[in-house]
Ligand binder design. Structure first.
Ligand code: PGA
Length: 249
């Protein structure tokens, strides 16, 4: 049985004081043992977040990492550095990284390999842009993104992969995919994995939806058969909203 996962991507928000306040509020949230809850603070707050969530069921993940393990890459952070402060999960392929920092299917493939080599769990984001959906090539785009970055993995490696379908047109825009639109892509992705690997593997993979998930729409989206929770941006910055979303999972 797949666990539901609700992950908050804080993006470039929350300094030291704000991180302490938000985690203090999140610590009082009760949630089912069938649900995993994660938060992704900025690099500078990761160590603080690890310390503040110790002994709770809140998991801390990084928003990005470099594909190299060390070297002359000014301003970058490696998997071993994350491991050394107790971080074992990382978001890779977020559309903002793809759009603003030139991350490609190929560079993401290298990052995924490095993360897995360091026993990290990867929340891998993918999704089409608005013009791609309008031209009805969204299935092809999603297929390409997954095939190029993930389909070289062997079945065993998939136990450390969580997928997050994030249509770019829905991120931070207030426009959410309908539950049917989310379900349609999630089911398509599960079928793709089943045909490349096998159905038992496809059925074991958590596929999250991300893009303007709010307390008002979370339950309808999360109740779809192939939607296993969400990757939450804006609404993860407010404890009450995040709590309501967690409790909809
Ligand atoms: P949003 O962001 O919830 O603010 O749309 C989602 C994401 O970028 O993961």
């Amino acid at each position: 049985m797949r666990k539901k996962i609700v992950a908050g991507n804080w993006k470039m928000n929350n300094d030291q004081r704000e991180t302490a306040e938000l985690i203090a509020a999140l610590k009082s949230i009760r949630f089912s043992t069938k649900t995993r809850v994660m938060i992704a603070p900025a690099f500078t707050q990761l160590q603080q977040a690890v310390a503040l969530t110790e002994g709770t069921r809140l998991e801390v993940l990084a928003q990005n990492m470099n594909a190299a393990t060390n070297g002359a890459f000014t301003g970058e952070i490696s998997a071993p550095m994350l491991n050394s402060i107790g971080i074992q999960n990382v978001i890779l392929g977020h559309s903002e990284r793809r759009a603003y920092y030139n991350e490609t299917d190929d560079s993401l493939k290298s990052k995924v390999d490095t993360a897995l080599l360091h026993d990290m769990e990867v929340v891998f984001c993918f999704g089409e842009e608005l013009n791609e959906r309008k031209s009805a090539i969204h299935f092809d785009v999603v297929k390409r993104q997954l095939e190029k970055a993930l389909f070289h993995l062997d079945s065993g490696q998939w136990s450390n992969i969580i997928l997050a379908y994030e249509p770019v047109w829905a991120i931070g825009t207030g426009e959410t995919a309908t539950p049917d639109q989310a379900q349609e892509i999630h089911a398509y992705v599960r079928d793709l994995i089943a045909s490349k690997y096998e159905s038992s593997l496809a059925n074991s993979i958590s596929i999250l939806y991300g893009g303007s998930v709010k307390p008002a729409n979370a339950a309808a989206i999360f109740s779809q058969n192939d939607v296993d929770g969400g990757l939450i941006g804006g609404a993860a910055l407010q404890a009450e909203d995040f709590k309501a979303i967690i409790q909809s999972a």
